[in-house]
Design a protein around this ligand. Structure first.
Ligand code: ZN
Length: 341
């Protein structure tokens, strides 16, 4: 059976995102060895490469290539900002550690459990040290392109403009209003990247492209969102030019299997009880994790520990030592049980 997480981080990331799950996995092996506990199945600890996708795209390369090795040729060709191929960087990293023995990972894995910091505020606010992660929310990414007519900012009357920015902002307003109306369903909307052409202070924009990242546990909410996007575009009717959009990434929600959740619930309850802490909380993950891909390969689930202030992807990332300890203990109980199944 498999445990672990990723060892890469964000440019300004903290010390816990990913690395905690890898080190805790090694601690589990050490603890089992020290206690003289031999399990039915071998336990493997993994440090997946490039989960964050901050240098090479896409993210979660290691775990998704393990699950679907056909991804590998395209991943090897992926280049970073300095035009270095991922394949070359990988080969160089392996060559630098040629004294480390290598053998293939087991395939298939019987089960996988990933321990990770929550990276959000839910556990801290509930004053609960351990979370049973029930799944990972669904996501869709869109690229919207609005075209108009470039013209002089000073001489073109307002009623005679085809302003691509005005069109884009009109659509954005409608989408934010929809997200506010859907607040109860926990829809999350981000219009994160904007490109304005010609991006000049005194020229009416002729082209505006922006991206949409929309997420929800309930995929039906995303389907309704897409219908709203269609309607907003149909209503926009620019004087000249037009609007196109494409969905360039989509993933349905991940639901971890009930048997895995029960087992993790018991392990977390046992660790919490021993430390006189509250019962584990069930929650969904707002972020992607390697476990999302492993869930396509074998029974998979995750354990969360709190993130102080909900802060992550930031050097200020922090979790109290006793919570890190409880997470590792819950992982040990889970791993030992799964390795004996
Ligand atoms: Zn992570």
């Amino acid at each position: 059976m498999l445990t672990g997480s990723h060892a890469d981080t964000q440019p300004v990331g903290g010390k816990l995102d990913g690395a905690y799950g890898v080190l805790a996995g090694l601690e589990v092996i050490a603890a089992l060895n020290e206690a003289g506990i031999e399990t039915l199945r071998p336990i493997e600890v993994v440090a997946w490469t490039n989960e964050e996708g901050s240098r090479f795209g896409p993210g979660a390369m290691g775990s998704s290539a393990f699950v679907d090795p056909a991804c590998l040729p395209a991943y090897r060709a992926s280049v970073d900002g300095a035009n270095i191929r991922f394949g070359d960087a990988l080969d160089a990293a392996l060559a630098a550690m040629d004294d480390v023995p290598r053998r293939p990972m087991q395939r298939p894995m019987s089960a996988c459990v990933e321990l990770h910091i929550e990276q959000g505020p839910v556990l801290e606010r509930a004053l609960v040290p351990l979370g049973v992660v029930t799944g990972i929310q669904s996501v869709r990414w869109y690229r919207v392109e609005c075209t108009g007519m470039m013209a002089h900012a000073g001489t073109t009357p307002m009623g005679e403009r085809s302003d691509a920015m005005a069109t884009a902002v009109g659509i954005a307003h409608q989408l934010y209003a929809y997200a506010t109306a859907e607040a109860a369903s926990q829809l999350r909307l981000t219009l994160g990247r904007w490109q304005v052409g010609p991006n000049s202070v005194n020229t009416i924009p002729g082209k505006v492209e922006f991206t949409i990242d929309v997420r929800c546990v309930d995929e039906a909410v995303l389907t309704r969102f897409e219908a709203r996007l269609d309607a907003a575009i149909a209503q926009a009717r620019p004087r000249q030019g037009g609007i196109t959009y494409q969905c360039f990434f989509r993933r349905p929600p991940t639901h971890f299997p009930a048997a895995m959740l029960n087992l993790i619930e018991r392990a977390c309850a046992r660790a919490s009880e021993q430390a006189s802490q509250g019962k584990p909380l069930h929650l969904t993950s707002g972020a992607f994790h390697d476990a999302m891909y492993l869930a396509e390969h074998c029974p998979t689930a995750m354990i969360f520990v709190p993130s102080k202030g909900g802060i992550s992807h930031n050097a200020a990332e922090e979790t109290a030592p006793h919570e890190l300890f409880l997470g590792a203990q819950a992982l040990a109980y889970t791993v030992a049980a799964l390795a004996n199944q």
